[in-house]
Design a protein around this ligand. Structure first.
Ligand code: URP
Ligand code: ZN
Ligand code: ZN
Length: 462
Protein backbone atom coordinates (compact mmCIF):
# COMPACT_ATOMS: atom_id res chain seq x y z
CA UNK A 1 0.00 0.00 0.00
CA UNK A 2 1.21 3.53 -0.82
CA UNK A 3 -0.16 6.98 -0.14
CA UNK A 4 0.66 10.05 -2.23
CA UNK A 5 0.45 12.99 0.16
CA UNK A 6 0.49 16.75 -0.04
CA UNK A 7 0.03 17.27 -3.75
CA UNK A 8 -2.56 18.93 -5.94
CA UNK A 9 -4.55 16.29 -7.81
CA UNK A 10 -5.37 17.19 -11.39
CA UNK A 11 -8.26 15.63 -13.30
CA UNK A 12 -10.12 17.12 -16.29
CA UNK A 13 -13.15 17.98 -14.20
CA UNK A 14 -11.41 18.92 -10.94
CA UNK A 15 -8.10 20.00 -9.44
CA UNK A 16 -7.35 20.49 -5.76
CA UNK A 17 -5.45 19.27 -2.72
CA UNK A 18 -6.00 15.58 -1.97
CA UNK A 19 -4.10 12.43 -1.05
CA UNK A 20 -4.24 9.23 -3.08
CA UNK A 21 -4.30 5.74 -1.66
CA UNK A 22 -2.85 2.96 -3.81
CA UNK A 23 -3.09 -0.76 -3.30
CA UNK A 24 -2.32 -3.73 -5.49
CA UNK A 25 -1.53 -1.54 -8.50
CA UNK A 26 -4.83 0.36 -8.35
CA UNK A 27 -6.02 3.65 -6.96
CA UNK A 28 -8.33 2.72 -4.11
CA UNK A 29 -9.27 6.10 -2.61
CA UNK A 30 -9.02 9.85 -3.05
CA UNK A 31 -8.68 11.24 0.47
CA UNK A 32 -8.85 14.61 2.17
CA UNK A 33 -5.32 15.90 2.75
CA UNK A 34 -3.74 14.32 5.83
CA UNK A 35 -6.36 11.56 6.24
CA UNK A 36 -5.27 8.64 8.38
CA UNK A 37 -4.25 5.54 6.46
CA UNK A 38 -2.80 2.15 7.39
CA UNK A 39 0.52 2.96 9.07
CA UNK A 40 2.28 0.36 6.94
CA UNK A 41 1.56 2.41 3.82
CA UNK A 42 4.64 3.85 2.13
CA UNK A 43 4.37 7.65 1.83
CA UNK A 44 5.23 9.45 -1.38
CA UNK A 45 5.66 13.14 -0.63
CA UNK A 46 4.09 15.29 -3.35
CA UNK A 47 4.18 18.58 -1.49
CA UNK A 48 4.21 21.46 -3.96
CA UNK A 49 3.69 19.09 -6.87
CA UNK A 50 0.92 18.32 -9.36
CA UNK A 51 -0.36 14.75 -9.21
CA UNK A 52 -1.70 13.75 -12.60
CA UNK A 53 -2.80 10.55 -14.28
CA UNK A 54 0.14 9.24 -16.30
CA UNK A 55 0.07 10.40 -19.88
CA UNK A 56 -1.53 8.26 -22.59
CA UNK A 57 0.23 8.73 -25.91
CA UNK A 58 -2.38 7.93 -28.58
CA UNK A 59 0.12 7.97 -31.46
CA UNK A 60 3.46 6.27 -30.97
CA UNK A 61 5.37 4.22 -33.57
CA UNK A 62 7.73 1.63 -32.05
CA UNK A 63 10.27 -0.11 -34.28
CA UNK A 64 8.28 1.10 -37.30
CA UNK A 65 9.31 -0.05 -40.77
CA UNK A 66 8.50 2.21 -43.69
CA UNK A 67 10.26 1.75 -47.01
CA UNK A 68 13.87 0.81 -46.38
CA UNK A 69 14.04 2.23 -42.82
CA UNK A 70 13.04 0.90 -39.41
CA UNK A 71 12.84 3.29 -36.47
CA UNK A 72 15.42 2.42 -33.87
CA UNK A 73 13.69 1.69 -30.57
CA UNK A 74 12.49 -1.51 -28.93
CA UNK A 75 9.48 -1.58 -26.59
CA UNK A 76 11.86 -1.41 -23.63
CA UNK A 77 13.63 1.67 -25.02
CA UNK A 78 10.49 3.47 -26.14
CA UNK A 79 8.57 2.90 -22.90
CA UNK A 80 11.61 3.83 -20.80
CA UNK A 81 11.75 7.17 -22.58
CA UNK A 82 7.96 7.44 -22.23
CA UNK A 83 7.99 7.11 -18.43
CA UNK A 84 10.79 9.65 -18.09
CA UNK A 85 8.45 12.04 -19.88
CA UNK A 86 5.44 11.21 -17.69
CA UNK A 87 3.69 8.90 -20.17
CA UNK A 88 2.60 5.56 -18.75
CA UNK A 89 0.62 4.11 -21.67
CA UNK A 90 1.55 4.19 -25.33
CA UNK A 91 -0.71 3.27 -28.23
CA UNK A 92 1.44 1.76 -30.97
CA UNK A 93 0.55 0.71 -34.52
CA UNK A 94 0.51 -2.68 -36.23
CA UNK A 95 1.16 -1.50 -39.77
CA UNK A 96 1.35 -4.37 -42.26
CA UNK A 97 4.29 -4.59 -44.62
CA UNK A 98 3.28 -4.87 -48.30
CA UNK A 99 1.55 -8.24 -48.73
CA UNK A 100 1.11 -8.83 -44.99
CA UNK A 101 -2.40 -9.22 -43.49
CA UNK A 102 -3.48 -6.82 -40.69
CA UNK A 103 -4.10 -9.64 -38.20
CA UNK A 104 -0.61 -11.04 -38.69
CA UNK A 105 0.92 -7.59 -38.17
CA UNK A 106 -1.18 -7.08 -35.02
CA UNK A 107 -0.26 -10.45 -33.50
CA UNK A 108 3.44 -9.81 -34.07
CA UNK A 109 3.40 -6.28 -32.63
CA UNK A 110 1.18 -7.22 -29.71
CA UNK A 111 3.66 -9.89 -28.59
CA UNK A 112 6.16 -7.11 -27.80
CA UNK A 113 4.00 -5.44 -25.12
CA UNK A 114 5.60 -7.44 -22.28
CA UNK A 115 9.02 -5.95 -23.08
CA UNK A 116 7.69 -2.54 -22.01
CA UNK A 117 8.34 -0.73 -18.76
CA UNK A 118 4.74 0.49 -19.00
CA UNK A 119 1.55 -0.70 -20.65
CA UNK A 120 0.61 -0.36 -24.29
CA UNK A 121 -2.34 -0.71 -26.60
CA UNK A 122 -2.43 -1.14 -30.34
CA UNK A 123 -4.04 0.34 -33.42
CA UNK A 124 -4.63 -2.09 -36.29
CA UNK A 125 -4.14 -0.92 -39.87
CA UNK A 126 -5.97 -1.76 -43.10
CA UNK A 127 -4.40 -1.01 -46.47
CA UNK A 128 -6.37 -3.24 -48.88
CA UNK A 129 -9.81 -4.78 -48.52
CA UNK A 130 -10.26 -8.48 -49.27
CA UNK A 131 -12.69 -11.29 -48.40
CA UNK A 132 -11.01 -11.88 -45.05
CA UNK A 133 -10.64 -8.30 -43.81
CA UNK A 134 -13.97 -8.05 -41.99
CA UNK A 135 -13.26 -11.29 -40.10
CA UNK A 136 -9.76 -10.10 -39.25
CA UNK A 137 -11.17 -6.85 -37.87
CA UNK A 138 -13.67 -8.83 -35.77
CA UNK A 139 -10.92 -11.07 -34.41
CA UNK A 140 -8.82 -8.04 -33.50
CA UNK A 141 -11.77 -6.28 -31.86
CA UNK A 142 -12.36 -9.38 -29.72
CA UNK A 143 -8.70 -9.13 -28.67
CA UNK A 144 -9.13 -5.46 -27.71
CA UNK A 145 -7.72 -3.86 -30.86
CA UNK A 146 -10.56 -1.63 -32.05
CA UNK A 147 -8.98 1.44 -33.60
CA UNK A 148 -7.85 1.05 -37.19
CA UNK A 149 -5.25 3.30 -38.78
CA UNK A 150 -5.65 4.23 -42.43
CA UNK A 151 -3.73 6.49 -44.77
CA UNK A 152 -4.80 8.48 -47.83
CA UNK A 153 -1.15 8.94 -48.81
CA UNK A 154 2.07 6.90 -49.12
CA UNK A 155 1.05 5.17 -52.37
CA UNK A 156 2.61 1.72 -52.72
CA UNK A 157 3.16 1.45 -48.96
CA UNK A 158 0.08 2.04 -46.80
CA UNK A 159 -2.33 4.17 -48.87
CA UNK A 160 -5.92 2.86 -48.91
CA UNK A 161 -8.47 3.72 -51.57
CA UNK A 162 -11.94 5.15 -50.84
CA UNK A 163 -13.69 1.77 -51.11
CA UNK A 164 -11.35 0.33 -48.52
CA UNK A 165 -11.84 3.34 -46.25
CA UNK A 166 -15.63 3.08 -46.51
CA UNK A 167 -15.70 -0.68 -45.91
CA UNK A 168 -13.35 -0.37 -42.95
CA UNK A 169 -15.42 2.44 -41.43
CA UNK A 170 -18.62 0.40 -41.77
CA UNK A 171 -17.09 -2.67 -40.17
CA UNK A 172 -15.23 -0.93 -37.32
CA UNK A 173 -18.33 1.13 -36.51
CA UNK A 174 -20.31 -2.09 -36.00
CA UNK A 175 -17.50 -3.58 -33.88
CA UNK A 176 -17.43 -0.65 -31.43
CA UNK A 177 -14.27 0.71 -32.98
CA UNK A 178 -13.15 3.66 -35.05
CA UNK A 179 -11.02 4.47 -38.07
CA UNK A 180 -8.15 6.81 -37.26
CA UNK A 181 -6.75 8.36 -40.37
CA UNK A 182 -3.76 10.21 -41.79
CA UNK A 183 -5.19 12.58 -44.38
CA UNK A 184 -3.11 14.04 -47.18
CA UNK A 185 -4.25 13.87 -50.80
CA UNK A 186 -1.61 11.73 -52.45
CA UNK A 187 -2.28 13.30 -55.86
CA UNK A 188 -1.68 16.83 -54.54
CA UNK A 189 1.41 15.71 -52.64
CA UNK A 190 2.87 13.88 -55.65
CA UNK A 191 2.27 16.86 -57.90
CA UNK A 192 3.88 19.23 -55.36
CA UNK A 193 6.86 16.92 -54.99
CA UNK A 194 7.35 16.70 -58.76
CA UNK A 195 7.04 20.47 -59.07
CA UNK A 196 9.63 20.96 -56.31
CA UNK A 197 11.97 18.44 -57.97
CA UNK A 198 11.80 20.41 -61.22
CA UNK A 199 12.24 23.83 -59.61
CA UNK A 200 13.68 24.78 -56.19
CA UNK A 201 14.57 21.23 -55.15
CA UNK A 202 12.98 18.28 -53.37
CA UNK A 203 15.59 18.09 -50.60
CA UNK A 204 14.79 18.32 -46.88
CA UNK A 205 15.17 22.10 -46.87
CA UNK A 206 12.10 22.26 -49.19
CA UNK A 207 9.98 19.82 -47.18
CA UNK A 208 7.08 22.18 -46.53
CA UNK A 209 6.54 22.96 -50.21
CA UNK A 210 6.23 19.23 -50.98
CA UNK A 211 3.15 18.63 -48.79
CA UNK A 212 0.94 21.73 -48.89
CA UNK A 213 -1.86 22.44 -46.44
CA UNK A 214 -4.37 22.00 -49.25
CA UNK A 215 -3.34 18.35 -49.56
CA UNK A 216 -4.47 17.87 -45.97
CA UNK A 217 -7.73 19.83 -46.06
CA UNK A 218 -8.80 18.23 -49.39
CA UNK A 219 -8.31 14.78 -47.94
CA UNK A 220 -9.99 15.59 -44.60
CA UNK A 221 -13.07 16.83 -46.48
CA UNK A 222 -13.22 13.68 -48.61
CA UNK A 223 -12.85 11.36 -45.62
CA UNK A 224 -15.44 13.28 -43.60
CA UNK A 225 -17.90 12.75 -46.45
CA UNK A 226 -17.32 9.01 -46.36
CA UNK A 227 -17.70 8.93 -42.57
CA UNK A 228 -20.91 10.95 -42.74
CA UNK A 229 -22.33 8.64 -45.40
CA UNK A 230 -21.85 5.75 -42.94
CA UNK A 231 -22.43 7.68 -39.69
CA UNK A 232 -19.12 6.16 -38.65
CA UNK A 233 -16.93 7.72 -35.97
CA UNK A 234 -13.62 9.01 -37.25
CA UNK A 235 -10.43 10.39 -35.67
CA UNK A 236 -8.00 12.49 -37.65
CA UNK A 237 -4.39 12.02 -36.61
CA UNK A 238 -1.79 14.80 -36.55
CA UNK A 239 -3.94 17.63 -37.92
CA UNK A 240 -1.51 20.43 -38.70
CA UNK A 241 -3.63 23.52 -39.47
CA UNK A 242 -6.69 25.24 -38.07
CA UNK A 243 -8.33 24.90 -41.51
CA UNK A 244 -8.19 21.10 -41.12
CA UNK A 245 -9.30 21.24 -37.48
CA UNK A 246 -12.27 23.44 -38.35
CA UNK A 247 -13.52 21.01 -41.01
CA UNK A 248 -13.76 18.38 -38.28
CA UNK A 249 -15.37 20.81 -35.81
CA UNK A 250 -18.01 21.68 -38.44
CA UNK A 251 -18.75 18.01 -39.01
CA UNK A 252 -19.24 17.57 -35.26
CA UNK A 253 -21.76 20.40 -35.33
CA UNK A 254 -23.64 18.39 -37.97
CA UNK A 255 -23.74 15.47 -35.54
CA UNK A 256 -20.83 13.31 -36.69
CA UNK A 257 -18.65 11.71 -34.04
CA UNK A 258 -15.31 13.09 -35.20
CA UNK A 259 -12.10 13.91 -33.37
CA UNK A 260 -8.96 15.93 -33.92
CA UNK A 261 -5.54 14.87 -32.74
CA UNK A 262 -2.72 17.38 -32.80
CA UNK A 263 0.88 16.35 -32.22
CA UNK A 264 3.40 18.23 -30.14
CA UNK A 265 5.78 19.18 -32.93
CA UNK A 266 3.03 20.84 -35.02
CA UNK A 267 2.01 22.87 -31.95
CA UNK A 268 5.51 24.04 -31.02
CA UNK A 269 7.85 24.02 -34.02
CA UNK A 270 7.50 25.84 -37.33
CA UNK A 271 8.89 25.54 -40.83
CA UNK A 272 11.89 27.76 -40.06
CA UNK A 273 13.42 24.48 -38.84
CA UNK A 274 13.94 23.57 -42.51
CA UNK A 275 16.24 26.57 -42.90
CA UNK A 276 18.62 25.35 -40.19
CA UNK A 277 21.72 23.21 -40.21
CA UNK A 278 19.77 19.91 -40.04
CA UNK A 279 16.55 20.24 -42.05
CA UNK A 280 16.44 16.46 -42.45
CA UNK A 281 15.88 16.00 -38.70
CA UNK A 282 12.51 17.77 -39.02
CA UNK A 283 11.11 15.83 -41.99
CA UNK A 284 7.68 14.57 -41.02
CA UNK A 285 4.22 14.29 -42.58
CA UNK A 286 2.39 16.61 -42.58
CA UNK A 287 5.43 18.90 -42.49
CA UNK A 288 6.02 21.64 -39.96
CA UNK A 289 3.92 24.64 -40.95
CA UNK A 290 4.47 28.42 -41.09
CA UNK A 291 4.59 30.23 -37.73
CA UNK A 292 1.15 31.83 -38.15
CA UNK A 293 -0.40 28.41 -38.88
CA UNK A 294 1.26 26.99 -35.76
CA UNK A 295 -0.10 29.87 -33.70
CA UNK A 296 -3.66 29.34 -35.00
CA UNK A 297 -3.47 25.59 -34.42
CA UNK A 298 -2.48 26.20 -30.79
CA UNK A 299 -5.58 28.32 -30.27
CA UNK A 300 -7.67 25.18 -30.71
CA UNK A 301 -6.25 23.76 -27.49
CA UNK A 302 -8.31 26.52 -25.88
CA UNK A 303 -11.40 26.39 -28.15
CA UNK A 304 -11.83 22.70 -27.38
CA UNK A 305 -11.64 21.64 -31.03
CA UNK A 306 -8.49 19.60 -30.43
CA UNK A 307 -9.43 16.38 -28.65
CA UNK A 308 -6.03 14.80 -28.00
CA UNK A 309 -2.31 15.52 -28.21
CA UNK A 310 -0.07 12.72 -29.43
CA UNK A 311 3.63 12.49 -30.16
CA UNK A 312 3.70 10.65 -33.52
CA UNK A 313 6.98 9.34 -32.10
CA UNK A 314 9.27 7.83 -34.78
CA UNK A 315 12.74 7.15 -33.47
CA UNK A 316 14.96 7.58 -36.53
CA UNK A 317 18.46 8.97 -36.09
CA UNK A 318 20.36 11.59 -38.08
CA UNK A 319 22.21 9.01 -40.19
CA UNK A 320 18.91 7.46 -41.33
CA UNK A 321 17.50 10.89 -42.05
CA UNK A 322 20.57 11.85 -44.10
CA UNK A 323 20.66 8.86 -46.48
CA UNK A 324 18.16 10.49 -48.85
CA UNK A 325 18.02 14.04 -47.52
CA UNK A 326 18.46 15.31 -51.07
CA UNK A 327 15.08 13.75 -51.96
CA UNK A 328 12.30 13.71 -49.36
CA UNK A 329 10.32 11.23 -51.45
CA UNK A 330 12.64 8.51 -50.18
CA UNK A 331 13.27 9.73 -46.63
CA UNK A 332 11.98 8.15 -43.39
CA UNK A 333 9.28 10.50 -42.08
CA UNK A 334 8.67 11.31 -38.45
CA UNK A 335 10.28 12.80 -35.36
CA UNK A 336 11.29 11.34 -31.99
CA UNK A 337 8.92 12.65 -29.32
CA UNK A 338 7.48 10.10 -26.87
CA UNK A 339 9.56 11.59 -24.04
CA UNK A 340 9.16 15.27 -24.89
CA UNK A 341 5.41 15.31 -25.73
CA UNK A 342 4.24 16.21 -22.24
CA UNK A 343 7.07 18.49 -21.05
CA UNK A 344 7.10 20.69 -24.16
CA UNK A 345 3.31 21.08 -24.11
CA UNK A 346 3.24 21.75 -20.37
CA UNK A 347 6.05 24.30 -20.58
CA UNK A 348 4.70 26.10 -23.66
CA UNK A 349 0.97 26.04 -23.04
CA UNK A 350 0.41 25.56 -19.30
CA UNK A 351 3.30 27.65 -18.00
CA UNK A 352 3.56 29.85 -21.10
CA UNK A 353 -0.02 30.47 -22.23
CA UNK A 354 -2.31 29.73 -19.31
CA UNK A 355 -3.77 26.38 -20.42
CA UNK A 356 -5.17 24.90 -17.24
CA UNK A 357 -3.50 21.78 -15.83
CA UNK A 358 -6.94 20.13 -16.03
CA UNK A 359 -7.20 20.74 -19.77
CA UNK A 360 -3.62 19.52 -20.14
CA UNK A 361 -4.59 16.23 -18.47
CA UNK A 362 -7.71 15.98 -20.61
CA UNK A 363 -5.74 16.47 -23.85
CA UNK A 364 -2.78 14.27 -23.04
CA UNK A 365 -4.19 11.50 -20.87
CA UNK A 366 -7.95 11.29 -20.34
CA UNK A 367 -9.17 11.93 -23.89
CA UNK A 368 -6.52 9.65 -25.45
CA UNK A 369 -7.70 6.95 -23.04
CA UNK A 370 -11.34 7.59 -24.02
CA UNK A 371 -10.80 7.59 -27.77
CA UNK A 372 -8.90 4.32 -27.43
CA UNK A 373 -11.35 2.43 -25.19
CA UNK A 374 -8.91 2.50 -22.25
CA UNK A 375 -10.84 4.83 -19.92
CA UNK A 376 -11.35 4.76 -16.92
CA UNK A 377 -8.65 2.13 -16.39
CA UNK A 378 -6.17 4.62 -17.88
CA UNK A 379 -6.31 8.42 -17.95
CA UNK A 380 -7.92 8.79 -14.52
CA UNK A 381 -7.07 9.06 -10.82
CA UNK A 382 -10.47 7.83 -9.70
CA UNK A 383 -10.74 4.72 -7.49
CA UNK A 384 -10.52 1.61 -9.64
CA UNK A 385 -8.09 3.12 -12.14
CA UNK A 386 -4.63 1.64 -12.63
CA UNK A 387 -2.22 3.55 -10.37
CA UNK A 388 -0.37 5.09 -13.32
CA UNK A 389 0.61 8.45 -11.89
CA UNK A 390 2.94 11.28 -12.91
CA UNK A 391 3.96 13.65 -10.15
CA UNK A 392 5.08 16.92 -11.71
CA UNK A 393 7.25 19.72 -10.42
CA UNK A 394 5.50 22.49 -12.36
CA UNK A 395 8.37 24.96 -11.91
CA UNK A 396 11.42 22.78 -12.46
CA UNK A 397 13.59 24.45 -15.10
CA UNK A 398 15.63 22.30 -17.45
CA UNK A 399 16.85 22.20 -21.01
CA UNK A 400 15.78 19.65 -23.60
CA UNK A 401 18.75 17.95 -25.18
CA UNK A 402 20.02 14.54 -26.15
CA UNK A 403 22.10 14.59 -22.95
CA UNK A 404 18.98 14.92 -20.78
CA UNK A 405 16.70 12.60 -22.78
CA UNK A 406 16.55 8.84 -23.20
CA UNK A 407 15.14 8.11 -26.67
CA UNK A 408 17.13 5.71 -28.86
CA UNK A 409 18.35 8.37 -31.24
CA UNK A 410 21.04 11.03 -31.45
CA UNK A 411 18.84 14.11 -31.61
CA UNK A 412 15.74 15.85 -30.35
CA UNK A 413 13.83 18.44 -32.38
CA UNK A 414 13.78 20.55 -29.17
CA UNK A 415 17.58 20.66 -28.66
CA UNK A 416 18.56 23.53 -26.37
CA UNK A 417 15.01 24.71 -25.72
CA UNK A 418 14.55 25.85 -22.09
CA UNK A 419 11.56 24.20 -20.41
CA UNK A 420 9.67 24.71 -17.16
CA UNK A 421 7.87 21.76 -15.62
CA UNK A 422 8.86 18.10 -15.49
CA UNK A 423 7.56 14.81 -14.09
CA UNK A 424 9.85 13.90 -11.18
CA UNK A 425 8.18 10.73 -9.88
CA UNK A 426 6.27 8.30 -12.08
CA UNK A 427 4.35 5.22 -11.00
CA UNK A 428 3.28 2.39 -13.26
CA UNK A 429 0.48 0.28 -11.78
CA UNK A 430 1.57 1.36 -8.31
CA UNK A 431 5.31 0.73 -8.75
CA UNK A 432 7.67 3.70 -8.64
CA UNK A 433 9.68 3.54 -11.88
CA UNK A 434 11.04 7.10 -12.02
CA UNK A 435 11.99 8.99 -8.88
CA UNK A 436 13.92 12.21 -8.48
CA UNK A 437 14.09 12.27 -12.26
CA UNK A 438 16.03 8.93 -12.35
CA UNK A 439 14.92 5.49 -13.52
CA UNK A 440 14.72 3.41 -10.33
CA UNK A 441 12.99 0.30 -11.66
CA UNK A 442 13.55 -0.86 -15.24
CA UNK A 443 11.66 -4.14 -14.84
CA UNK A 444 9.74 -4.97 -18.03
CA UNK A 445 6.21 -5.12 -16.67
CA UNK A 446 4.25 -4.01 -19.71
CA UNK A 447 0.88 -5.43 -20.59
CA UNK A 448 -1.19 -5.14 -23.71
CA UNK A 449 -4.28 -3.23 -22.56
CA UNK A 450 -7.40 -4.36 -24.36
CA UNK A 451 -9.64 -1.61 -25.69
CA UNK A 452 -13.28 -1.81 -24.63
CA UNK A 453 -15.99 -0.94 -27.19
CA UNK A 454 -15.73 2.82 -27.65
CA UNK A 455 -18.22 4.91 -25.72
CA UNK A 456 -18.90 8.31 -27.26
CA UNK A 457 -21.61 9.29 -24.80
CA UNK A 458 -19.11 10.68 -22.26
CA UNK A 459 -18.11 14.28 -21.85
CA UNK A 460 -15.52 14.80 -24.53
CA UNK A 461 -14.35 18.37 -24.88
CA UNK A 462 -15.57 19.51 -28.29
O1 URP B 1 5.93 11.69 -40.59
C1 URP B 1 5.26 10.87 -40.02
N1 URP B 1 4.12 11.23 -39.48
N2 URP B 1 5.67 9.59 -39.94
C2 URP B 1 5.09 8.54 -39.26
C3 URP B 1 4.06 7.84 -40.04
C4 URP B 1 2.81 8.63 -40.05
O2 URP B 1 2.45 9.13 -41.10
O3 URP B 1 2.17 8.78 -39.01
ZN1 ZN C 1 0.61 9.79 -40.29
ZN1 ZN D 1 2.24 8.45 -37.18
Amino acid sequence: MKVVRGGTLVEPHWAGPADLLIDDGKIVAVLSPGSEVDEAAETIDATGKLVMPGGVDPHCHVGFTSGEFTSLDSYLECTTAAVFGGTTTIVDFAIPRPGQEPLDAAEKQRAKAEEGVCDSALHACVVDWNDTTADQLATMADAGIRTVKMFTTYAGETMANEHTILNTMQTTRDLGGMVIIHCESDAIVTDAQNFAAASDGVDAAHMSQTRPELAETASVAAVLAIAESQQAPVYFVHQSSSAAVELVADARKRGLVAFTEAVAHHLILDDSAYEGEHPERFVCCPPLRAADVVEELGQHLFTGHITTIGSDHCCYDTAQKQVHSHDVRHMPNGLPGVETRLPVIFSTFVNGHGLTPSRFVELTSTNPARTNGLYPRKGSLMPGADADIAIWDPDLEWTAGTDTLHMATDYTPYEGIPLRGKPVTVLVRGDIVVDGGALVDATPRGRHVEAAPLDFSGAFSM
